[in-house]
Design a protein around this ligand. Structure first.
Ligand code: HEC
Ligand code: HEC
Length: 190
């Protein structure tokens, strides 16, 4: 399954990889001091509106920071944060958060996982492809807000725009609840 997805979305993966230069996690750990009040030093969110980012792929993290910087994705806090980072700092801090390990504990029956999402985001909310983020343990409000942003074109992603356009508000709430209920632990590197 993973392999098929990787092949199907191989073009995207390459685009993502081309964006991101290889970062240095050690330098990134110092930059993470600027992020810790909201995302925690290891990427476990400290405030409800901020997502967990520890253990996301380096490609995804760098792509989102570059999107905030370019204005392709807008948020009052993150736009300011990203504007202050050079591309090298973005690569380094992305490498730091990617060096953490995200571990999900799914207590519900995996058979009930939303099939429309699991191929990319995992039944347990740990992403199966590097372009997609983990959803495990994010707040339902965060997940719902992002789905609406994709649907309304406030956040750009060809893939997610098409998927979100098919969902009713009620379905968005249900899907958000599924992923929000998964317990997430973030384990720092040795
Ligand atoms: C004042 C709080 C705050 C600080 C400081 C902050 N962030 Fe954020 N960050 C947020 C919020 C809130 C969001 C959610 C934005 C949205 O709703 O679109 C976010 C989103 C993100 C995302 C997108 C995650 C995803 O799953 O799509 C990344 C990556 C990120 N932040 C990285 C960082 C990094 C790296 C730093 C430090 C250099 C940082 N942030 C500093 C609050 C903060
Ligand atoms: C074909 C792969 C694929 C499928 C299927 C898919 N997604 Fe996504 N999803 C992605 C990618 C890639 C992104 C990152 C988009 C970007 O670059 O901003 C994403 C981003 C998201 C985000 C933003 C998370 C964050 O941390 O900011 C949410 C929420 C989301 N997807 C929910 C869903 C839900 C719910 C479903 C099922 C209805 C679903 N996705 C199905 C690929 C997929």
């Amino acid at each position: 399954m993973k392999r098929i997805m990787a092949l199907a979305f191989g073009g995207l993966t390459l685009a993502g990889a081309a964006l991101a230069q290889e970062g240095d996690p050690e330098t990134g750990s110092k930059i993470a001091n600027m992020c810790r009040t909201c995302h925690g030093m290891n990427g476990y969110a400290q405030i409800p509106i901020a997502p967990h980012i520890g253990g996301e792929s380096e490609i995804y993290l760098a792509a989102q920071l570059l999107a905030f910087k370019s204005g392709a994705r807008a948020h009052e806090m993150m736009t300011v944060v990203a504007a202050g980072l050079s591309d090298t700092q973005i690569a380094d801090v992305a490498a730091w958060y990617a060096a953490q390990t995200a571990v999900a504990n799914l207590t519900a029956d995996p058979e009930l996982a939303p099939m429309a999402c699991a191929g990319c985001h995992g039944a347990d909310g740990i992403a199966a492809i590097p372009d997609a983020p983990n959803l495990a343990g994010e707040t339902n409000i965060y997940i719902e807000t992002q789905l609406k942003a994709f649907r309304d074109g406030k956040r750009e992603s060809e893939m997610m725009a098409g998927i979100a356009a098919e969902l009713t508000n009620e379905e968005m709430r249900e899907l958000a609840n599924w992923f929000a209920a998964i317990e997430l632990e973030i384990i720092p590197p040795e």
